[in-house]
Each structure stands twice: as structure tokens, then as C-alpha cells.
Design a protein around this ligand. Structure first.
Ligand code: SAM
Length: 281
């Protein structure tokens, strides 16, 4: 029984980390004309009105996207500016941020005629919201398990494949299930660019994911972490956000580091970012 609903957390610092990385990766992929299949294994609702009762309950967006939005007129970094411009295009009025887009929107708005997007969502209520979103005709939505769906749909018909795996990790076993699905997927699509998000929580269950991938034999796994608070300060809840990218586009590391240098002071005095290779070439 799934209980997680992303609307309670939409636009928080982890979403900014995840979606900025996603945006930068897609930007690199679009430099070539060859077609791309995008698979988003855990899609969520697609778009989140920040005035909803769910978003208003914790107001996590105030520690994330809102900080960036307030500074958007003075931003220097080109990636941050482009990301904020895309965000602006979703807002009914340019003054305030009232809607935060989830991964299906970030992916669909950059689809070209030759690209396709496959979205999976397993929560029936969340899937109904996703069905109601106006998305590109090249996007398909499936009510079902995204990890099983990923391996079933491979190999894809396009020369290139880009995958986002963004589970809610409601069960401890999900960290290991992600490793198993990624290992299967990489056997069928060795050149795929695969992004995996995970939370940094005091229980530190994400070590199973990192250790499992490091021991899997998969090469070129790039790893970045954005921490909003120190682990000691936070006995419950998420203090940091992790993002893994298998087969990252060349230049991604430096481009994100530059954006993060400008962004982290905006998010708070403790906020810091680091990136390295979990597994190199
Ligand atoms: N990727 C979304 C975004 O960036 O906006 C947020 C996804 S949210 C963290 C995780 C979503 O995965 C939830 O909507 C949850 O219902 C869904 N989910 C959980 N287990 C799933 C599974 N096995 N397959 C597909 N979706 C699943």
C-alpha cells in the first residue's frame, strides 16, 4: 500500500537538486539530433500547485525553489537562469511562483518531434492526477511498477535512452530493488544515461544503494550530494539529497558545480554541494 504523496514535498531543496541536474543532462543530450527515449519510472502527479493543502502543510518549497525564485532577477549563472526561465513559463502570472513542475513536466517541455517520453506511476490517485496533465502527444502514461516497466521496455527503438529513477523509498528494500533494476537495464542498454535520486536520512539506508552500485560492475557512475542541514542537527527527516548519473554527459560536472556555487548560499548558511565519481571509467 503506497502512502507517499510528493505534493507534500514539491519544490523542496531536493527537488531543485534533482530537477536542475535533470535539466542540465537533457540540455547536453539535445545537442545532437538523434532521437531519445526518456523513461521516468516514478513520475508522480506532473505539476504541483503550491497553494494546495498538501504543499501548504509543510511549505518545504520555501526552503527550496522559492529562495531561487526570489533571487532570479540577479542570477548570473547561465544554467540557473535557463532553469528559472523554464519555471517562469509554467506560472500563470510572472510575479509569484504558484506552481512547481515535477519530472514529467521538466521532460515533456523539452521533447522534440523525434523523442518520446514514457511515464510510470503506481499510486492510483497520483496516476489520476498525472492523466489530467496536458503533456506532449509524444508522452505515454502507464499505471504500473516503473522498475519492472523499465526492464520490460528495453531495448528501446531510439538510438539514445535517458532514464530517471526517483522512488519514494517508503520501504528499505527499495534501495536494493533499484540496484537490481539498474543492473538489468544496463545489460540491455549499455549506453543509457541513467539518473537515480535518493534521500540522505539519519538512518543512512542509502548506503545499500551506493554499495550495491559500486559493486555491480557498472562503470562511469557520477555522484552529487546537496546538504541543507548537518546530519547531527536533524534527528528525523531528510538533511540532504543525492543524485547519481550513470554515463554522465561530458561537462555536466563543471556546469552543475558553477550553478551550485551560486545557489548554495541562497539556500542557507549550512548548505553545501559536492560531487565526485562513485565509479570512474
Ligand atoms: N519523479 C517525480 C518528480 O520529480 O516530480 C516525483 C516522484 S515521487 C518521489 C515518487 C513517486 O513514485 C510517487 O508518486 C509514488 O506514488 C510513485 N511510486 C512508488 N513506487 C512506485 C513504483 N514501483 N513504480 C512506479 N511509481 C511508484
Amino acid at each position: 500500500m503506497l502512502s507517499y504523496q510528493h505534493a507534500y514535498h514539491a519544490g523542496n531543496f531536493a527537488d531543485v537538486h534533482k530537477h536542475l541536474t535533470l535539466f542540465a543532462v537533457v540540455d547536453y543530450l539535445l545537442r545532437k539530433k538523434t532521437s531519445i527515449t526518456y523513461i521516468d519510472t516514478h513520475a508522480g502527479r506532473g505539476v504541483y500547485p503550491l497553494v494546495s493543502k498538501e504543499s501548504q502543510r509543510l511549505q518545504e518549497y520555501r526552503e527550496g525553489v522559492e529562495k531561487l525564485w526570489q533571487a532570479k532577477r540577479t542570477l548570473n549563472d547561465p544554467l540557473l537562469r535557463q532553469w528559472c526561465d523554464a519555471l517562469s513559463s509554467l506560472q500563470p502570472s510572472s510575479a509569484a511562483i504558484t506552481h512547481y513542475p515535477g519530472s514529467p513536466w521538466w521532460l515533456h517541455q523539452r521533447l522534440r518531434g523525434q523523442d518520446t517520453l514514457q511515464l510510470f506511476e503506481l499510486h492510483p490517485g497520483e496516476h489520476r492526477y498525472l492523466e489530467d496533465q496536458r503533456l506532449s502527444e509524444n508522452a505515454t502514461r502507464t499505471y504500473g511498477d516503473g522498475l519492472a516497466g523499465l526492464t520490460q521496455r528495453l531495448p528501446v527503438a531510439t538510438p539514445r535512452l535517458c532514464v530517471l529513477i526517483d522512488p519514494s523509498y517508503e520501504r528499505k528494500g527499495e534501495y536494493q530493488e533499484v540496484v537490481e533494476a539498474v543492473v538489468q537495464a544496463m545489460k540491455k542498454a549499455r549506453h543509457a544515461v541513467v539518473m537515480i535520486w535518493y534521500p540522505l536520512l539519519p538512518a543512512a539506508h542509502h548506503h545499500a544503494l551506493l554499495e550495491g552500485l559500486a559493486a555491480s560492475g557498472i562503470r562511469k557512475i557520477w555522484h552529487s550530494v546537496l546538504c541543507l542541514r548537518s546530519p547531527g542537527e536533524q534527528r528525523h527527516g531528510m538533511y540532504g539529497s543525492g543524485m547519481l548519473v550513470i554515463n554522465p554527459p561530458w561537462g555536466l560536472d563543471e556546469r552543475l558545480a558553477a550553478a551550485m556555487r551560486e545557489m548554495t548560499p541562497l539556500l542557507g548558511p549550512y548548505c553545501h554541494y559536492r560531487a565526485d565519481w562513485l565509479v570512474g571509467e
